[in-house]
Design a protein around this ligand. Sequence first.
Ligand code: COA
Length: 394
Amino acid sequence: MLRRTSEHGAEEMALTGIPEGFSRVCLGGIGVEIPESFICNEELVETYNGWAEAENAARAARGEEPVPLSSAEFIVQASGIRRRHVYERNGILDPARMAPVIPARGDDELSVMAEFGLAAARKALAHAKLEPNELDLIICSAAHHQRPYPAIAIEIQQALGAQGAAFDMGLGCSSALAGLHVASNMVRSGAYRRVLVVTPELITAHLNFRDRQTHFIFGDASVAAIVEAMDHREERQGRFEVVDTRLWTRFSNGIRTNFGFLSRLAQEDPYLLEMHGNMIKQMGNKVFKEVTLAGHQFIVEFLGEYDHTPHSMRRFWLHQANARMNAMILKLALGENVDHDRAPLVLDRLGNTAAAGAIIALAENHEDMKAGELGLLCAFGAGYSIGGALLKMM
Ligand code: COA
């Protein structure tokens, strides 16, 4: 483990701005795992509308209000999403089920979420040219966790054959950035030398495909990043130095899930799992407006702490929820429209992959950056929560 010792002292602080005894931090490796299967808007809407028509016939017979129909044109126009990759396609397009079929695994088998996280973790290790036994800590930070315990991170630790410790955490769609914030500060302080942050987002598993407001939004993806300590004079060509990270939170019910261990106790039969009302809910338009303003303010204030403005960023890897929202945040921040080279989009083909989205945008769009150029990784979501990382290409 890294200790707060420094051979160069004050000279180093003058050179880097980092207090004596604290480490510089870099992103040593990034891994992305995207499932092969995908579903386009037209297929999703056909299933939803097929279900809605049958549901409406039943509702009419009961004298109830019909549910509204969905539209593929609306989805692209409102969100920019054209398709989403899914961990398991089987079941989602079946109007009688409208949820992926993911069979239960035995307690002695590798769990689904750990397996998904491992795939990204192994890619991040290969990218960082590290062996699992060189990690000191593993954090699994995701919007949803398969179970409260034993921690998914500990299962990943065991499957990798890593030492040290591991724990789970989550902060909605800001989970990966919150994980990077914790990891970077732990590494900077000298508590750990190398931390793996894994974010397996199996979000279609918690999605209500019978809710027109949200059925089209999410896709599945798993990402991992390795946060490493660096020597004060070290330069790792083609890797990012993590200049700093920030987190912001304010309570809101705009995006909410009520699923938890108390859910069953509100039911008549507490031994029957009733999901109705216990899946993701979102007040899309309210969230859009409130998070656009908060996101813009966060970006300007965070960069301002370093005497930067949004204009000094070569690239923005923003949360991938809504193309219009990202365009608006950046227009507010920069006073002009920003193209996809400056602010890459992956949501058109992947949907909103919760906390994985911004990291995928980063992984796919950084190799052309020159030494010294800056970029901002920024995700926002439930809580509300916003996480940012100011990155400098070495
Ligand atoms: N198909 C067709 N019409 C739909 C529809 C669908 N699937 N869903 C909603 N509509 C209708 C609404 O009923 C409404 O009709 P009305 O004007 O007659 O009342 C109209 O389309 C506009 O709905 P609205 O909810 O205002 O759409 P929007 O422009 O806000 O877009 C989202 C909806 C979800 C795409 C958008 O609000 C969003 O992306 N929000 C932010 C999400 C986010 O960032 N979350 C945080 C991270 S997870």
